[in-house]
Design a binder for this molecule. Structure first.
Ligand code: NAD
Length: 412
């Protein structure tokens, strides 16, 4: 007899990029998985990909055949919601649309047993708005995996306003069982990792318009130790994802900061998948090669926007990108979206390729000395405007002679 949150039987909705990695991670951790997609071809392709992944691991000597067979046997296709009615936990990984996810959660709520936990893998949607359509909001949460989900270590467990502590604990325990680095995050757009990434990428995009090139920005951040600079990262993720989302929502397409991305996508330069993006790629290669045509395109876009370009040195690039990350991190800490600075560091180390030797953006900030860091932010605020206003928490920590590492649940 299982307790309400003894998770043995899982179900995954969606057999796309994320669903596949999540199913592999669950089955590898010993759970039985039922897999449902509205498109039966997607589940077929997903099952074939699973078999291929485990066969490759056997061929490389990473697992034996018995283990591979057992993993595959744990995954079964579901064809209707009734098939998953007895699942202990469902992870939804369908398209990023609030209305679609709400429809699915309504159906899950009316079909699944009362104790079942309902999780969404949304990257940025409001967990409370998803929970609100169910009669069990205390059993609804975010489980935000990173792509590819069977490879990336990070799992953000997103706490909705009404998610119960026992449900958070069950999700944390499951994440650990799956071998993940689990970080609990509050519910806000982008949670911890993507919320910080937005400010970092915005700064990188501003630097392009002001005079830098994609290669220069990437090389500076890679020399600092980032696994990938922001523009190489966009080539990997696909520049077109945000571009399409902006078009679909008919929102943000005119913003100056996305004009380079818009121009690249208009030329079909979506990133690695189309052989060219911010860089160009030889057929079948993932090696990013500098493309002078992109520098020319950046120049053209910047001129079209009336920007006065200038030489930007490497020091300024590093300063602005890292301080943008840290200032947003401090706001996240202040709002208790992350309960401590070490959690933010774990997100960046395990989900975003931040250099392990530096220990994470917040540890880096403490190492700089917070009063010095505050002065640097104030200098940028004077030069570039209000978006550089330092987080109130930083000012209070400096006044009290404390560090970011001293903060717990928004207080030091
Ligand atoms: P995807 O497009 O690869 O796959 C989505 C799948 O959902 C498709 O197979 C589709 O057939 C299925 N689907 C659509 N409507 C359905 C329905 N009503 N019922 C059942 N299945 C349905 O998408 P993805 O990249 O795997 O993203 C899924 C979710 O994960 C999104 O919310 C996304 O924001 C989030 N996410 C994506 C990434 C990423 O890098 N791709 C990273 C983290 C989180």
């Amino acid at each position: 007899m299982s307790t309400p949150y003894n998770i043995q039987q899982a179900a995954v909705i969606g057999a796309g990029t994320m669903g596949r990695g999540i199913v592999i991670s669950l089955a590898r951790a010993g759970l039985s998985v039922l897999w449902l997609d509205s498109d039966p071809c997607a589940t077929d392709a997903g099952l074939a990909m699973l078999a291929q992944t485990w066969a490759q691991q056997v061929a490389k000597g990473r697992i034996d055949q018995v283990t591979a067979d057992a993993c595959l046997a744990r995954v079964r296709r579901a064809t209707a919601y009734a098939d998953i009615a007895e699942a202990d936990l469902v992870i939804e990984a369908v398209y990023e649309s609030l209305t679609l996810k709400q429809d699915i959660f309504r159906t899950l709520d009316s079909t699944l047993k009362a104790q079942a936990i309902l999780a969404s893998n949304t990257s940025a949607l409001d967990i409370d708005a998803i929970a609100a359509v169910t009669r069990r909001p205390e059993q609804v949460l975010g489980m935000h995996f990173f792509s590819p989900a069977h490879v990336m270590k990070l799992l953000e467990v997103v706490r909705g306003e009404r998610t119960s502590p026992a449900v958070i604990e069950a999700a944390q325990a499951l994440g650990q069982r799956m071998g993940k680095e689990v970080v609990v995050a509050g519910n806000c757009p982008g949670f911890i990792g993507n919320r910080m990434l937005v400010t970092y990428v915005a700064e990188a995009r501003k630097l392009l318009l002001e005079g830098a090139t994609p290669r220069q920005v990437d090389e500076v951040l890679q020399a600092f130790g980032m696994a990938m600079g922001p523009f190489r990262m966009y080539d990997v993720i696909g520049i077109d994802l945000e571009w399409r989302a902006r078009q679909l929502a008919d929102k943000g397409t005119e913003a100056p900061l996305v004009q380079v991305d818009n121009a690249l996508c208009a030329q079909g330069r979506f990133g690695q998948k189309s052989g060219q993006g911010y860089y160009r790629y030889a057929p079948g290669s993932r090696e990013a090669e500098h493309d002078p045509q992109v520098d020319a395109l950046v120049l053209k876009v910047a001129r079209g926007l009336g920007m006065h370009r200038r030489e930007i040195d490497d020091e300024e690039i590093l300063e602005r990108c890292l301080l943008a990350l840290v200032n947003e991190g401090a706001k996240i800490l202040e709002a208790s979206v992350a309960s401590c600075s070490a959690d933010i560091d774990r997100v960046y180390l395990h989900g975003y390729g931040f250099p392990a030797a530096v220990g994470g953006p917040m540890r880096w900030a403490d190492q700089q000395g917070l009063s010095q860091l505050l002065a640097r932010l104030e200098r940028l605020q004077g030069l570039f405007g209000e978006h550089w206003r330092p987080a109130g928490l930083l000012m209070r920590l400096v006044a009290d002679g404390k560090q970011l590492a001293d903060v717990r649940e928004g207080r030091a």
